[in-house]
Design a protein around this ligand. Structure first.
Ligand code: UDX
Length: 430
């Protein structure tokens, strides 16, 4: 099929590349000309495993993936995905300005299109957004009527950073929220070559599936962190508890890794957006609020442990290993490291940080006040305490920690072995 994808950020470019790998002809549309040029040179605009090789294959060799700043590309496609960013500068509520702007431009292009077209929301938008904002804007700017001249669908993504292409191509489920059957049929055709169950629902339901899924994952993490905080007091290993719980297929072992808490561009943002929507609808969400509260408190627990070990932090040398919100990405959005470093600096500590990928992004957040190391070993040299905030493989090398005071936020080390190597080893929840 001929497909256009608006927005070449994380979700857009992975979607476009994944669809190109299934033989579709895909046009990426982005107003950022630098990003467009990079894609057309087969250079990934952000770090994501496998993306570089895939761009090389589909942009250079097979030439079925192209980028442009021109919304006219909508006209030569049958369907258009909206994949623009919904994160706000403040990081609080979702920001719909890019969604609205791109929807208007798609609408304008559709006013010149002959024949049927389907617009698909892939950006994460709270339930009601496609019906209340996107469809009215498309009708207004195209002068056409939904259900007659064009179709609309919602097709949420469930991509995990670091393995996003794999997630796209090996999805557990494909959700197609359809305005009407014709819209849904078009989306289903896109996914013909995929080996995944396709669930066809209404538009609002599809939007909610995305938010409920992320909120549930966040709940699992905050739940195990709360249990972990109690386990630590009782001298019980929460990882053994998670193992024991996880054998029950109704519970499952995944997302029960206790520690410093969840970050990233999705879980925190989607949870907050759902909380906000709940309150806007006149309710008081008990579980969602608690999930949020527990997650905000976990980084502070680490600071409490550091103070318990070192006393006053003024002028203490703290090595921070891991800045990205999880391994295999350079993304620091809502990363626990940001809050931990902020607290350490507030208390006058001297912080030296290291991350294999995320240091350039961290330098934008903390241009001053923070020193950066060249390697994990270099970073911990001469420090009073080491904090592990991301479980990168290279931080699992125990020789880094000989004789050190180590506080592990991610269970990067085996506690028993670590205790025999470190001067002192403690985990956030163990
Ligand atoms: C998440 C969802 O998994 C994905 O389906 C959705 O589309 C986007 O949001 P992602 O943000 O890439 O994906 O990260 P994920 O792997 O889910 O991890 C999120 C955060 O939770 C990370 O900070 C991770 O370290 C933390 N986490 C995860 C835990 O603290 N414990 C766990 O058991 C699992």
């Amino acid at each position: 099929m001929e497909i256009s994808v608006v927005g070449s950020g994380y979700v857009g470019l992975i979607t476009a590349t994944g669809l190109a790998s299934k033989g579709h002809n895909v046009a990426c549309i982005d107003i950022d000309k630098d990003k467009v040029d990079m894609i057309n040179r087969a250079e990934p605009p952000f770090y994501e495993g496998q993306l570089a090789e895939s761009l090389d294959t589909y942009v250079r060799q097979r030439a079925n993936l192209r980028a442009s700043s021109d919304y006219e590309k909508v006209l030569s496609s049958e369907v258009t995905f909206i994949c623009v960013d919904t994160s706000s500068d403040s990081g609080e509520n979702a920001d719909l300005s890019h969604v609205k702007q791109s929807t208007k431009r798609i609408g304008e292009a559709l006013s010149r299109k002959e024949g049927y077209h389907v617009v698909i929301t892939k950006s994460s938008v709270v339930p009601g957004t496609t019906e209340e904002i996107i469809i009215p804007l498309l009708e207004q700017y195209s002068g056409k009527t939904v259900g007659k001249d064009f179709g609309v669908a919602v097709n949420p993504e469930f991509l995990q950073e670091g393995r996003a292409l794999h997630c796209f191509l090996n999805s557990d489920r494909i959700i197609v929220g359809e305005y009407d059957q014709r819209s849904g049929d078009s989306v289903q055709r896109i996914y013909n070559g995929f080996d995944a169950p396709i669930l066809r629902t209404g538009i609002r339901t599809a939007e909610m599936i995305k938010f409920a899924s992320n909120a549930f994952l966040a709940t699992k993490i905050s739940f195990i962190n709360e249990i972990g905080n109690l386990c630590k007091k009782l001298g019980i290993d929460v990882y053994e508890v998670a193992e024991g719980m996880g054998h029950d297929p109704r519970i499952g072992r995944s997302f029960l890794n206790a520690g410093i808490g969840f970050g990233g561009s999705c879980l925190p943002k989607d949870l907050e957006a759902l909380l906000h929507k709940y309150e806007k609808m006149g309710g008081k969400p008990a579980i969602l609020s608690a999930v949020h509260q527990v997650n905000r408190a976990q980084p502070l627990r680490m600071i409490e442990i550091v103070i318990r070990k070192l006393g006053e932090l003024r002028d203490k040398k703290i090595a921070v290993l891991g800045l990205a919100f999880k391994p295999d990405t350079d993304d620091i959005r809502h990363a626990p490291a940001v809050e931990v470093i902020h607290q350490l600096l507030l208390q006058g500590a001297q912080v030296k940080a290291y991350d294999p990928k995320a240091m350039p992004k961290m330098q934008e957040t903390f241009p001053q006040g923070l020193e950066y190391g060249d390697s994990a070993k270099d970073t911990v040299e001469g420090c009073d305490c080491v904090l592990i905030l991301t479980e990168w493989d290279e931080f699992k090398d125990e020789s880094i920690y000989t004789g050190k005071i180590v506080i592990d936020g991610r269970r990067a080390l085996d506690p028993e072995r670590a205790k025999s190597i470190c001067q002192c080893y403690e985990g956030v929840c163990w």
